[in-house]
Design a protein around this ligand. Structure first.
Ligand code: 5AD
Ligand code: SF4
Length: 346
């Protein structure tokens, strides 16, 4: 079967496939992934080191107005988590937190990046996921040794972006930040949420083509999941069913793999939360990266982007065993000791 992805209409049609046709689309994506990237899955140890955020995105459980208890891991706790990732043979770590722009925060990250580079003899790839920042800040963190940066565009529609965020969160600023990151020399990851209220299938198709046109190196893309304490909860009846979100989510991963055969794509925690087989199916279909949560268990429940997030109370060892099992069940192999950087994307 042929699966053309040249136009918005092609992509919209593929996203809507169900049953046998969807299975064939996902199989085609799987073959493309294996042909270009093989069956390796890279591990990125995810350290959610603080849930303090100055932003107020309407969908997010740790938004500024949320009543969640706030935490920041101490620098020595972050370093310990990074050491753990290094010793486990993970190719890289992701430092993620809410968005903050103070000099104190900027320099804390700068110091942490330098120290982690030093301790891992420059072997651990450091990915940052710390929101919108100035060119200067991005450059300082890059100079300290960071290699990659994740900043989701969330949606490529400025109109939808405006409905999902307060008025002072601007789509143009987000898009500018992606340009700044590219100019500063990072490997750039972006992504979207699927299954959002007010989002059409045609919009998701435009999002995927946008990611292609941006020549991103990596994509993290997952379903929107409700959080009871957020403004978007009021629109929970206007989103597709869980089943529909799952089907569209997998098709979106498949189409993106056909559009961008070489990029790194994550099997997201949100996919795993939506469906017990979510991450396994994502890995089989298209993904080649998974981010084991190595945040100390005491903090995990407070990094509550959405309700019922998985892996919040299990010990670290269980998380790792689960992930290894998931990777193997998807017919893939765990890549240890390799950073797994995308190639040939620009
Ligand atoms: N459902 C799914 N993903 C979410 N994110 C934030 N809130 C939610 C939610 N309710 C995602 C956003 C953000 C990333 C860190 O988490 O895409 O970029
Ligand atoms: Fe803050 Fe990110 Fe949540 Fe927005 S999505 S409120 S920037 S943590």
């Amino acid at each position: 079967m042929e699966f053309p992805v040249d136009t918005e209409m092609d992509v919209t049609r593929l996203l809507s496939l169900r049953g046998k046709e969807a299975a064939a689309l996902r199989e085609a994506a799987h073959q493309t992934k294996i042909r270009h990237l093989g069956d390796k899955v890279y591990l990125r140890g995810l350290i959610e080191f603080s849930n303090i955020c100055t932003k107020n995105c309407h969908y997010c459980g740790i938004r500024r107005d949320s009543a969640v208890p706030r935490y920041s891991m101490r620098p020595d706790e972050v370093l310990q988590a990074a050491d753990f990732a290094y010793k486990q043979g993970f190719g890289s770590i992701v430092l993620q937190s809410g968005e903050r722009r103070s000099e104190a925060f900027t320099s804390l990250i700068e110091q942490l990046v330098k120290e982690i580079m030093h301790r891992s003899h420059g072997e651990l790839g450091i990915t940052l996921s710390l929101g919108e920042q100035s060119m200067e800040t991005y450059a300082r963190w890059k100079a300290a040794g960071a290699l990659r940066y994740l900043l989701r565009i969330e949606t490529s529609s400025p109109v939808l972006y405006a409905r999902l965020h307060p008025a002072d969160h601007r789509f143009e600023e987000r898009a500018d930040c992606l340009r700044r990151l590219r100019e500063t020399g990072y490997l750039v990851g972006s992504g979207i949420m699927t299954g959002l209220p007010f989002q059409s299938t045609g919009q998701v198709a435009r999002d995927l083509l946008f990611l292609r046109d941006m020549h991103v190196d990596m994509v993290g893309m997952g379903p929107y999941l409700e959080h009871e304490q957020t403004p978007l909860w009021a629109f929970r009846h206007q989103i597709p069913s869980r089943e529909e979100r799952y089907e569209t989510g997998l098709n979106a991963l498949a189409v993106l793999r056909l559009l961008m055969p070489h990029i790194n794509m994550a099997a997201t925690t949100a996919m795993g939360t939506l469906h017990p087989d979510g991450r396994k199916e994502a890995l089989y279909t298209a993904a080649n990266v998974i981010m084991p949560n190595i945040t100390p268990v005491v903090h995990r429940k407070d990094y509550s982007l959405y309700d019922n997030k998985i892996c919040i109370s299990e010990p670290l060892q269980d998380t790792l065993e689960n992930i290894t099992r998931t990777i193997e069940a998807a017919g893939c192999t765990v890549a240890l000791g390799e950073q797994g950087n995308p190639r040939g994307t620009r």
